[in-house]
Design a protein around this ligand. Structure first.
Ligand SMILES: [Zn+2]
Length: 272
């Protein structure tokens, strides 16, 4: 089962607040973050780009799969998706069902069903929908993200995020500087990709905190189970492809080139 976008917990922000009050050193903050990582909470929030783009038309059959009162959210979710993505979604739509999440945990994907929380506003609903639908598409491709080629792409792009390897420090710093110089840092999918490839490295979390940007993640214990890490990375990258924000795509292409290419390839006919 793939889950879940939980409510943003302010655990880490509180950490930072505490550190200001008590004038903790950075090392102390880092240590306290490490302790937080053992916690079971997941932190999520929301942020969307508001660029105006061309609108996509989805088929009636597809639109009818969503709750009527979410018409606007569905429009937001896919209005600027690339043509190739819309075709991919239309071609695979048949088994899809969209349901209301009854679970406390929030939104998730299970067995052709996308389960969405009712409480979200349209923009957040759209953002999460792109992610959960991507799990559905992955499933329809026979869990494409679990195929050897995809695993290799994740492995190759993850090498740069080995914090024990000092030769890649400069590269990571450059990536983080670029991330926080743009609005891409507010994209929860990008944050979750970093969470997955870095194994929630405290240096990355610390940087998010210091920049005052919410850090969205899954727990390491979840990533380490089966192919959850690759499943989530696929869903995050495909969510960004469907969102189609130029800056976000450029960032992913640059820092996760193998993952980006492989994820994109899954939209092609005959892949798996
Ligand atoms: Zn997911």
């Amino acid at each position: 089962m793939k889950n879940s976008w939980k409510e943003f917990q302010s655990e880490i922000d509180e950490n930072l607040e505490d550190s200001k009050e008590k004038e903790m050193s950075l090392e102390d903050v880092k240590q306290s973050l490490l302790r937080e990582l053992n916690d079971d909470e997941v932190s999520y929030g929301k942020e969307l780009s508001d660029e105006v783009v061309e609108k996509n038309e989805l088929s009636k059959e597809l639109v009818n799969k969503f709750p009527e009162y979410r018409e606007n959210a569905v429009k937001i979710a896919f209005e600027r998706s690339p043509e190739e993505y819309v075709e991919f979604l239309e071609k695979n739509k048949e088994a899809l069902s969209v349901n209301e999440s009854k679970r406390e945990e929030g939104c998730y994907y299970f067995n052709n069903g996308v389960f969405m929380k009712k409480e979200m506003d349209d923009e957040e609903y759209a953002e999460v929908l792109r992610h959960e639908i991507s799990h559905y598409l992955d499933d329809k491709k026979g869990w494409y993200s679990e195929q050897p080629e995809y695993l290799k792409a994740v492995y190759d792009d993850t090498l740069s995020f080995d914090f024990n390897d000092s030769s890649t420090t400069e590269y990571r710093d450059e990536m983080l500087d670029e991330l926080f110089d743009s609005d891409v840092c507010y994209n929860r999918h990008v944050s979750d990709i970093l969470s997955a490839v870095s194994g929630n490295n405290p240096e990355i979390i610390l940087r998010y905190n210091m920049e005052g940007v919410p850090y969205y993640r899954h727990q390491n214990s979840y990533f380490d189970e089966g192919h959850n890490r690759e499943n989530e990375i696929y869903a995050d990258v495909m969510a960004c492809i469907s969102e189609n924000d130029a800056e976000t795509i450029a960032f992913i292409k640059k820092y996760f080139p193998n993952i980006y290419e492989k994820t994109k390839e899954s939209m092609k006919e005959g892949q798996v």
